[in-house]
Design a protein around this ligand. Structure first.
Ligand SMILES: C[S@@+](CC[C@H](N)C(=O)[O-])C[C@H]1O[C@@H](n2cnc3c(N)ncnc32)[C@H](O)[C@@H]1O
Length: 181
């Protein structure tokens, strides 16, 4: 892990973990994103975990959150939060979201919040991986940030893997198009 990664994570922690809480309620994004009781959910790029514990609360004991990040500092931070809160329904995944260890067709919903900057770099690979791990009725939910909604919809739907299901002011929800139908 380079010095640059450490600095980047320190900045993300400051903004996402400390500043966000001042003006953002996690549930206000997680509910429109489609999280529900009992689901198995992948949180892509969880960072310091601003959304992780609230997401675990929504899916409840019957559900499971896979908190994924490529940065070991992020995963360590989230693991500390899980331990402190004695939360049992979160598993951390220290891996690249374009190549996860998750089983095919195993996830109900994947949410990508604060991920636009990274998503633009490897969109096609992320979409292929999300399509693989999602169940046939699965969804991806993306927080819009500094991008035209029209462009985002076009980019996500262009290869026929996903179709737009719902949109709110800040969240776009896409449904997996199953290839087996
Ligand atoms: C800006 S943070 C967002 C954190 C959190 N989702 C939030 O909204 O508060 C983006 C996170 O994505 C992670 N990330 C970047 N590329 C990734 C990849 N290929 N696989 C998994 N995580 C990645 C970064 O390490 C960083 O922690």
């Amino acid at each position: 892990m380079s010095l640059r990664d450490r600095i980047e994570f320190a900045m993300i922690t400051f903004v996402h973990d400390r500043m966000y809480g001042l003006f953002m309620k996690p549930h206000k994004l997680l509910i429109p994103a489609g999280l529900k009781k009992g689901q198995h959910v992948l949180e892509v790029g969880c960072g310091p975990g601003f959304f992780t514990l609230p997401a675990a609360e929504i899916v409840g004991k019957e559900g499971l959150i896979y908190a994924n990040d490529i940065n070991p500092f992020a995963i360590k931070k989230v693991e500390k939060k899980i331990d402190k809160a004695s939360v049992k329904n979160v598993k951390t995944l220290l891996e690249d979201v374009t190549e996860t260890s998750l089983e095919d067709n195993s996830i109900d919903l994947a949410f990508l919040f604060g991920f636009m900057h990274f998503l633009n770099k490897f969109l096609d690979k992320v979409l292929i991986e999300m399509h693989r791990i999602l169940k046939d009725e699965g969804y991806i939910s993306i927080q819009k940030w500094m991008i035209s909604e029209e462009k985002l919809i076009k980019d996500i739907t262009k290869d026929g893997l996903f179709e737009l299901k719902e949109k709110t002011k800040r969240i776009l929800v896409f449904k997996k198009i199953s290839q087996t139908k």
